[in-house]
Design a binder for this molecule. Structure first.
Ligand SMILES: C[S@@+](CC[C@H](N)C(=O)[O-])C[C@H]1O[C@@H](n2cnc3c(N)ncnc32)[C@H](O)[C@@H]1O
Length: 268
């Protein structure tokens, strides 16, 4: 998300994820849900090309492990909204054992491991405690380098993914994360909400000899405009950048473009 609300109001860094899911639902945030089949398709391509079964995924801006929860189970985002926000939902309590049991009972896939990168350390802690993430890096990589320990958590990655985070995380973060895992030549699949540009991130990844392509047919709804003022501001910024805004104008939703970066000739 992005907009007028503060990070605290959006519930980014709480001990429990309820405020985050409430803020997301209020804006009909749906990107991780829409991104899930695209990630799954790209994971399948990657497995075929690299002849691998077990994947190590790095999620930049992982928050409470939302992508891990969706991609390691058959759940969709509405299941999570209901589980967290319905008063009788399985995740409505603040009892760690209940949350852990819920995800355990979903049969978390073991062939996809997640390492999260997000300065919201309480959110990352939650996802680690529940077993959604294998490891977490809670640094703000916009402002500092990785430590040796953090670098080793990111080594040997297969694919970097990101939803709802480009803008907060820029080429500085992506370059630092990629550099720590560059030996295994991971692919990068990221969604960037309009009007955020991906050009600087693509340029940073080019320095690692990755080729970036926009996957135009995979652009997805991220969330509703929060206010008419935000709608005006985003449409104005998109017009200034010459971005196609037909979907935003018609639907009342902000879209995110999808980009894939990989060694030349490897992906799609
Ligand atoms: C809208 S949430 C998206 C969370 C999750 N990926 C999803 O789609 O539900 C944005 C996330 O970006 C994180 N974030 C903010 N600054 C960041 C940075 N410099 N590096 C990585 N993540 C950052 C926030 O803490 C928050 O968890």
């Amino acid at each position: 998300m992005s907009g007028q609300a503060s990070s605290a109001e959006r519930g980014y860094n709480r001990k429990w994820p309820h405020a985050y899911f409430r803020a997301c639902l209020a804006l009909d945030y749906m990107l991780p849900d829409r991104a899930k089949p695209i990630f799954e398709r790209i994971f399948a391509d990657y497995r075929r090309v690299r002849n691998k079964t077990k994947l190590k995924i790095i999620d930049v801006g992982c928050s409470y492990g939302v992508n891990a929860a969706l991609l390691r189970t058959d759940l969709d985002l509405d299941d999570l909204y209901a589980a967290y926000l319905d008063p009788s939902g399985s995740l409505s309590s603040r009892q760690e054992i209940e949350h852990r049991t819920f995800f355990h009972n979903q049969g978390l896939r073991a062939d996809i491991q997640f390492v999260g990168v997000d300065p919201s350390f309480r959110a990352v802690r939650y996802a680690l405690d529940l077993g959604l993430l294998e490891a977490g890096v809670t640094a703000d990589l916009e402002t500092r380098d990785l430590t040796v320990k953090e670098r080793s958590a990111l080594a040997d990655a297969d694919i970097l993914i990101s939803t709802g985070c480009v803008g907060y995380a820029t080429e500085a973060t992506f370059a630092r994360v990629y550099e720590a895992s560059a030996t295994s030549r991971p692919w990068v699949v990221a969604f960037a909400m309009h009007p955020f540009s991906y050009d600087d991130i693509a340029a940073a990844l080019r320095a690692f000899s990755l080729q970036t392509e926009p996957l135009e047919r995979f652009a997805q709804r991220q969330r509703r405009f929060s206010t008419s003022t935000e709608r005006q501001a985003i449409l104005k910024a998109m017009a200034k950048l010459g971005m196609e805004d037909r979907l935003e104008r018609t639907t009342g939703y902000i879209y995110a473009s999808c980009y894939i970066s990989a060694p030349p000739g490897e992906a799609l």
